[in-house]
Design a binder for this molecule. Structure first.
Ligand code: KIV
Length: 273
């Protein structure tokens, strides 16, 4: 058997079984070249609707469309072989009814070939999560800060800062897990609350700004690479790609102006990898 044939993609079930095990590594990716790199290291890749902000420059994820998610999902699936690919259902594509959610989630699975979808919301979305899972669509939940609700929340704020807010957030996490989600993103909650959610639900929790107590972690790739201007306080940057790009573009501009551009560059041929 070739080594390629031996590599199979991680499935939603594989992630589900990682509760309390080795920490789950995940990142977002939106394009084929970046996803190919992330695929070497991540258990799952999220084609997050954060692409609306980091790729398209919108102020929030609200304007993102299903068509955008499908195109980026296809790009990420094209260049990856190993990681589970999860595609976000964007705002307005699943909240109206269980039937709307099924129709759009099925489109995402069919047209991208991804292995699961993610949707935001707790108790109010539990019935929809159950409806999708019972019909063959693996669903990842997302509780705590739910960015698609930014206009109701009044900003991208940490959730559960007062203990009085905890019961509602815990109920959200439990409802989505009990409805059959294979995993839960827990965003922007304090360490003790994240620990309590992780203890109460029997599926892996994936933290973003929610402490090391979760079963795994996710970050927005462009944030951790130093490509986005303003990043949330909890994000550690592991590189400064904006600086690297600026230096490269500046060197190129200088060479063009000085007519130093390599003379053979007019011959169009691909360099070997
Ligand atoms: O859209 C996204 O990138 C996300 C992560 C922040 C978890 O939902």
């Amino acid at each position: 058997m070739s080594s390629q044939a031996q590599t199979r993609r991680v499935t939603a079930q594989d992630i589900r079984q990682r509760k309390s095990g080795e920490p789950i590594v995940s990142l977002t990716a939106y394009t084929a070249p970046m996803a190919a790199i992330v695929d070497e290291f991540a258990d799952f890749i999220l084609v997050g609707d954060s692409l609306g902000m980091v790729v398209y420059g919108f102020d929030s994820t609200v304007p993102v469309t299903l068509e955008m998610m499908i195109l980026h999902g296809q790009a990420v699936m094209c260049s990856t072989r190993k990681a589970l690919v999860v595609v976000d259902l964007p705002f307005g594509s699943y909240e109206e009814s269980r039937e709307q959610a099924l129709r759009n989630a099925a489109r995402v699975l069919k047209e991208t070939g991804c292995g699961a979808v993610k949707l935001e919301g707790g108790v109010r979305m539990a019935e929809t999560v159950r409806f999708l899972v019972e019909r063959g669509i693996p669903v990842m939940g997302h509780v705590g800060l739910t960015p698609q609700a930014v206009n109701v929340l009044g900003g991208f704020k940490a959730q559960g800062r007062s203990k009085a807010e905890w019961p509602a957030i815990l109920a959200d996490a439990e409802a989505v897990a009990q409805a059959g989600a294979f995993s839960l993103v827990v965003e922007a909650v304090s360490e003790p609350l994240a620990a309590e959610i992780t203890r109460r639900v029997d599926v892996p929790t994936i933290g973003i700004g929610a402490s090391v107590t979760c079963d795994g972690q996710i970050l927005v790739l462009d944030d951790m690479l130093g490509l986005t201007g303003r990043v949330p306080k909890f994000v550690k940057t592991y590189g400064n790609l904006a600086e690297a790009v600026r230096n490269a573009v500046s060197a190129y501009a200088d060479e063009v102006k000085a007519r130093q551009f390599p003379s053979e560059s007019h011959v169009y041929s691909l360099k070997p990898e």
